[in-house]
Design a binder for this molecule. Structure first.
Ligand SMILES: Cc1cc2nc3c(=O)[nH]c(=O)nc-3n(C[C@H](O)[C@H](O)[C@H](O)COP(=O)(O)OP(=O)(O)OC[C@H]3O[C@@H](n4cnc5c(N)ncnc54)[C@H](O)[C@@H]3O)c2cc1C
Ligand code: SF4
Length: 353
């Protein structure tokens, strides 16, 4: 129960009072607890940045309740909106899609990451509990914002995937990692993922696991002698053959040590090939031509997946400067990073306005 107490120290009281829906669950992300221990940093929690800093993060009612618009229903926008409403502000949240959660909905798709969905569920329930008016399917622009005459606006418009100008990137065999995770696209038997950061690794694992048997089932069957070990390994590895191309000399450099080691282990289990110090030069119908140690080589593929980072969506924040009395950017729309910064900045702005 160590980590769950960081995420919600009030949970025993909430459980005793039958307020189960108000319990914020630990997502097992390890980012601000175990990873912090291994990096000799202060321990807190991705989804409860007040953990360990309760005095600085105390919720003090707003002296003068304001009309606040929050643009974007990802983790940053949801956390900011609920905190502002808890302090007595009148808050409306605009989300352009028909679903709350932003990128966390994608983060919850790869194997072993499903618990991120509990954070989206919790924040969505909280918005309704604390009385935030949620407008789904509403893309906010300067006109919409001005029409509402807000006292303050929080811009949490997030980030979108980068598509660098590699020759061939617009080919019909090329797809984005986000589209793969949203299961919008079918891939062939051989897949090359360009980019070995967190999103590239998790997408590679998601694809590689689309074989007839998961590693967990294989271990279960092999240990129970329902299947011989060799057949179990073959079945686990008979999904798509996946190769990751990474420019740096190590994959997963944007991940914490605990998650990186468990994903690297799972990639090895599923026989995902990793080629580091490899720069993609062009994409053809046959695959990806990459440069490694001064030589050009080919990684053959039926489909090429782009996982080369994200760019912040800061246009609305820039356009709103001077147009409304107060405007604050938070989360990935400042710089594409992780849910840790998104939630922390939201918690702080929620206490500042
Ligand atoms: C596959 C994947 C895996 C990830 N894994 C992790 C992980 O393990 N750990 C981690 O900490 N982070 C992870 N992240 C990153 C994390 O999800 C993001 O850093 C975080 O979601 C950023 O939150 P945000 O609210 O700032 O932006 P977003 O989540 O991008 O949300 C922005 C929202 O604003 C909406 N919006 C945009 N413009 C408008 C507008 N004009 N009007 C109304 N609405 C608008 C968008 O539709 C979106 O819902 C992952 C991301 C991806 C894609
Ligand atoms: S940082 Fe992640 S794993 Fe650690 S307590 Fe918070 S939600 Fe749980």
């Amino acid at each position: 129960m160590g980590r769950p107490f960081l995420t919600d120290p009030e949970w025993p009281r909430k459980a005793a009072e039958g307020r189960y829906d108000e319990i914020r669950q630990c997502t097992a992300c390890d980012q601000r607890c175990l990873d912090a221990v291994f990096s000799l940093k202060e321990i807190t929690c991705t989804f409860n940045p007040a953990a360990g800093r309760e005095r600085e993060y105390a919720l003090i009612p707003a002296k003068k309740p304001k009309k606040v618009l929050v643009i974007g229903g990802g983790p940053a926008g949801m956390e900011a909106a609920r905190t502002l409403a808890q302090r007595g502000h009148r808050v409306t949240l605009f989300e352009k899609s028909h679903k709350l959660g932003g990128q966390l909905n994608l983060a919850a798709v790869p194997p072993g990451r499903g618990e991120f969905a509990t954070a989206v569920d919790y924040l969505s329930r909280e918005l309704y509990r604390v009385g935030v008016k949620v407008e789904l399917g509403q893309e906010a622009d300067v006109k919409t914002v001005k029409k509402h005459k807000p006292d303050a606006v929080v811009v949490a418009t997030g980030a979108t995937p980068l598509r660098p100008g590699i020759p061939g990137i617009d080919g019909s065999n090329v797809v984005g990692a986000w589209d793969v995770l949203e299961q919008k696209t079918a891939l062939g038997k051989r897949v090359v993922v360009i980019g070995g950061g967190a999103v590239g690794m998790e997408t590679a694992l998601f694809i590689a696991r689309q074989g007839p048997m998961s590693a967990e089932s294989a271990v279960f069957l092999a240990l129970g002698e329902g299947l011989d070990a060799e057949t179990a390994v073959q079945m686990v590895r008979s999904g798509p053959q996946v190769t990751i191309l990474e420019m740096l000399d190590r994959i997963g450099q944007d991940m914490g040590p605990t998650t990186r080691s468990s994903i690297r282990f799972a990639l090895r289990l599923h026989d995902v090939k990793v080629i580091t110090r490899a720069t993609a030069r062009r994409i053809t119908e046959a695959g990806v031509v990459y440069e490694r140690e001064g030589k050009e080589e080919m990684a053959e593929a039926d489909a090429v997946v782009i996982a080369m980072g994200s760019k912040s969506e800061s246009g609305l924040f820039e356009a709103l400067q001077g147009a409304v009395p107060e405007v604050y950017p938070i989360g990935d729309c400042v710089k594409a990073r992780t849910a840790c910064e998104a939630i922390e900045e939201a918690a702080l702005i929620g206490r500042k306005i």
